[in-house]
Design a protein around this ligand. Structure first.
Ligand code: AMP
Length: 463
């Protein structure tokens, strides 16, 4: 399903486009419509499934299309941690870039200045507030927050909030809200106490369950943290390192499939490409050659990630980080079928680090990062919280002894030097963070695509 079919406001469609989202993830496909219709929702969906945009998009659409008294908070999103508050506010910055909806992240732990900045935004009536419970209560107790026009309440990662003992705080915040409002509750798990909370808060809710499968245990998952231009040389290196009989390389974009396939053909690998531009006959021929082992390597878009059942695929390479956790699990699930062992290697460029961190969260564990061999030059550090940092090698010196000539870092975290830092949310539209307590409207960064600090030239030519 694409976002236009959902009837979202043109300004939001522009933001979605600038964020590089093409189709709705399963949770988005299921919840956006009922939220637009005004229904309360209880959804079990984890981080990594695209749930943030699943609630932000319809709420912002409604904020754009229904009149609301100015200078009053219209939407309140309560979350367990400051990191999540910052992340949601940043996603809002991207998706809402072409709108004039203002948003602020309100969370504890900052200095006195951030409290003052929050107070200013809250008393002048920012449109959307993303907050952690304790800090919000501190503001509410001071009496300047206008909560009587809040139309939308989101509780995100509600199970974590209950585990952290925030039940009373949440109920206190809610006591300030008008009775008539739309309530959305997202939770990774649905224990009884969550159902009790839902019963108290939600009115005739639609229940949505996005079951996320886990990848088979016997798949060895690894990742290289790289700059975009390092990806193709490194793929050639990996393919030369061992005589694989069957390899699938996934790219999210047709253009990347075509470019990579032509580079690998030029380097005389036994390889073909498969994507939706190919005629059906050609597609079938390619698949048959791959099944018969006439062809060793397939470069494919996600059309191949679901459903194809070819045994003995030894290696899956993700040329780029898939758009959501489900796609990742489907892609890597092409290897290690029927109890055999297989390896899945993902290339993570700087702008993709956050996306990959969300996938790791969904997997419930970090994926081992392999040191990029020295001959490929410096690699970025894995620092997804800050959108990736340029500089040091991603994890010590390789010495050429690792499994693909690289070195495995057991913790799944590289230890390279930090040198400088790129902007958080480096691949998002808008240059300014909202997590730093400034409301976003009127405080814009460069237009989407204008960010100039990325070594990743290919981001600009995504399909
Ligand atoms: P979330 O589960 O909200 O933390 O999102 C996980 C990651 O998926 C984030 O990096 C999002 O920017 C990204 N994402 C969300 N929706 C889409 C989509 N429809 N297409 C591509 N990426 C998406």
């Amino acid at each position: 399903m694409n976002f236009r079919e959902l009837g979202l406001d043109e300004r939001l469609l522009e933001g979605i486009d600038a964020m590089g989202y093409e189709t709705a993830t399963p949770v988005q496909a299921q919840v956006i419509q009922p939220i637009l219709e005004g229904r309360d929702i209880i959804a079990s969906a984890q981080t990594g499934t695209g749930k943030t945009a699943a609630f932000l998009l319809p709420i912002v659409h409604k904020m754009l299309t229904s009149p609301h008294p100015p200078n009053h908070i219209n939407a309140m999103i309560i979350v367990p941690t400051r990191e999540l508050a910052i992340q949601i506010a940043e996603t809002m910055e991207g998706l809402g870039y072409f709108t004039d909806i203002s948003c602020i992240a309100v969370y504890g732990g900052g200095d006195g200045n951030s409290f003052v900045a929050e107070k200013k935004a809250l008393s002048s009536g920012v449109d959307m507030v993303v907050c952690t419970p304790g800090r919000m209560i501190a503001h509410l107790n001071m009496g300047y927050v206008k909560m009587n026009q809040v139309n939308y309440l989101v509780l995100d990662e509600a199970d974590r909030m209950l585990d952290m003992g925030f039940n009373d705080d949440i109920m206190k915040i809610i006591s300030f809200l008008p009775k008539k409002r739309q309530n959305l509750l997202f939770s990774a798990t649905m224990p009884q106490k969550m159902r009790d909370l839902a019963r108290k808060l939600l009115h005739d809710p639609i229940e949505i369950n996005i079951a996320v499968s886990k990848p088979p245990e016997q798949i060895v998952q690894e990742a290289y943290v790289v700059y975009e231009p390092q990806k193709i040389p490194l793929i050639k290196y990996i393919l030369n390192h061992k005589a694989y009989t069957r390899v699938i390389i996934f790219c999210s974009k047709k253009q990347n499939v075509k470019q990579l396939a032509s580079e690998l053909k030029r380097a005389r690998f036994s390889i073909e490409e498969i994507h939706s531009d190919l005629l059906q006959d050609k597609r079938e021929q390619v698949m048959q050659d791959f099944r018969n082992k006439k062809l060793k390597i397939l470069v494919a878009t996600d059309i191949l990630s679901r459903g194809i059942d070819i045994e003995e695929i030894e290696l899956v390479i993700n040329y780029d980080v898939p758009n959501d956790g489900e796609d990742y699990i489907h892609r890597i699930g092409r290897t290690a079928r029927a109890e055999t062992k297989g390896t899945a290697i993902t290339f993570i460029s700087e702008p993709e680090q956050r996306k990959f961190a969300a996938i790791e969260q969904l997997l419930g564990k970090p994926v081992a990062k392999i040191t990029v061999p020295e001959e490929f030059g410096p690699a970025p550090e894995y620092a997804p919280k800050s959108g990736g940092r340029p500089g040091g090698r991603s994890g010590g010196r390789s010495g050429g002894g690792g499994r693909h000539g690289g070195q495995r870092n057991g913790e799944g975290r590289p230890s390279g030097n930090r040198s400088g830092g790129s902007r958080p949310g480096g691949n998002r539209p808008g240059g300014n963070r909202q997590g730093d307590n400034r409301p976003s409207s009127g405080n814009r960064g460069p237009r989407p695509g204008a960010a100039g600090n990325k070594p990743d030239a290919s981001q600009g030519n995504r399909e």
